[in-house]
Design a protein around this ligand. Structure first.
Ligand code: 6GU
Length: 273
């Protein structure tokens, strides 16, 4: 049986055979935010289902793809669609593409998501710069034997969200006149949205936003010694904050509404990286 290192190399070799330029920036595009991939110039698109060793999607019509090309003059590889823990993949599986990006030469990763606001000062439509996270899933993508070629057994997480890029993102937002909140992202496994009691717990623990992704990918990016920028789109307030039920339609509606702000912010960041 092939070990993970060999699988990563095999996937990267396949991708490399289809592209001319090495990507240096990785983009993981969350729910409804995949439109950014459509702005990539001279794109090479590769369906996840065609890449050896990529997780197999079980949901019909939801096949994602890598889009590799130029954005704001930089060589990027974007994941249009990601693998979620709530879909039943292991955290090792959901983060496999991050390992492949690293193998392709990516050392800067921008991770985005749609999230619920647990901070009462937030409003749906706000963008939030992720300063730190809480992995509340009871699992970790690094569980199991450690391959020292991939990273350390006990990775430091004290600056998982690259301090040197926090100011860069703040400057980009300021330049574009975009209101940018900041805070801690708390990863729940999903697929249920949180109960009001769980949201209260999140608030007590210091979380400003709650969501179902990102933390595993950022853990693996840290393990891989990549510099990470995280941005949440606050699509709705979390349960119990407003007197209204949550639904996926609101998540979609809000991402549609703030798409242009999100696009210009991330493009500006890519340009300055
Ligand atoms: Cl309220 N919770 C979680 N876990 N994920 C979300 C969300 C809430 N809103 C958008 N994504």
């Amino acid at each position: 049986m092939k070990n993970m290192f060999d699988k990563i190399e095999e996937s990267a070799k396949f991708i490399n055979s289809k592209i001319k330029n090495k990507p240096e920036i990785g983009l993981i595009l969350g729910s409804g935010l995949g439109v950014l991939a459509d702005e990539i110039e001279n794109p090479v698109k590769i369906n996840y289902s065609d890449i050896p060793n990529f997780p197999v999607s079980t949901v019909e019509g939801h096949d994602g793809c890598l889009v590799i090309g130029t954005l704001q003059g930089k060589e990027v590889v974007a994941m249009k669609g990601r693998f979620h823990y709530y879909e039943g993949y292991s955290q090792q599986e959901t983060t496999f593409p991050v390992r492949v990006m690293k193998s392709l030469g990516v050392d800067k990763l921008i991770v985005t998501n749609a999230a619920g606001g647990s901070n009462k000062n937030f409003k749906p439509g706000n963008l939030m710069l992720i300063k730190d996270h809480i992995n509340f899933s009871g699992n970790n993508p690094l569980m199991g034997p450690n391959d020292n070629r991939l990273g350390d057994r006990f990775p430091d997480m004290s600056s998982a969200y690259s301090p040197k890029y926090l100011d860069l993102v703040r400057d980009c937002a300021k330049e574009l006149n975009i209101e940018l909140k900041e805070g801690v992202y708390m990863f729940f496994s999903g697929p249920t949205y949180e109960t009001p009691a769980e949201v209260k717990l999140a608030q007590i623990l210091g979380a400003d936003a709650v969501g179902m992704s990102t933390a595993p990918e950022v853990i693996v990016a840290s393990h891989s010694k990549m510099d990470v920028i995280g941005i949440s789109c606050i699509t709705n307030m979390a349960a119990g904050i407003l007197d209204q039920p949550l639904n996926h339609e609101e998540v979609i509606e809000t991402t549609t509404r703030v798409k242009s702000e999100f696009l210009s912010l991330v493009k500006n960041i890519v340009e300055k990286l």
